[in-house]
Ligand binder design. Structure first.
Ligand SMILES: [Zn+2]
Length: 78
């Protein structure tokens, strides 16, 4: 590690799910979930994604569920 930090995550401050008036994040909505998972298979933190805590929690649940039924990878194998 070189201590390099990305500082470009302030572009989006509004929760995208609130903006879209999403009441419930669906675990099988891979198209929605995919961009919120890092390339290493981790959930993107809300301070980066801009999601509010309510939707971030839903998102976490949805992603875990999606992993369980193998819609999304647990992590990327090298
Ligand atoms: Zn929200």
């Amino acid at each position: 590690m070189t201590g390099f930090k990305k500082r470009s995550f302030f572009s989006q401050k509004i929760c995208r799910f609130c903006a879209d008036k999403v009441e419930r994040i669906l675990f099988y909505d891979v198209k929605t979930l995919k961009p919120l998972i890092s390339e290493r298979g981790k959930i993107v933190p809300s301070r980066i994604s801009g999601n509010c805590s309510k939707h971030q929690r839903q998102l976490t649940t949805a992603i875990k569920r999606a992993r369980n039924i193998a819609l999304l990878p647990f992590s990327v194998e090298h």
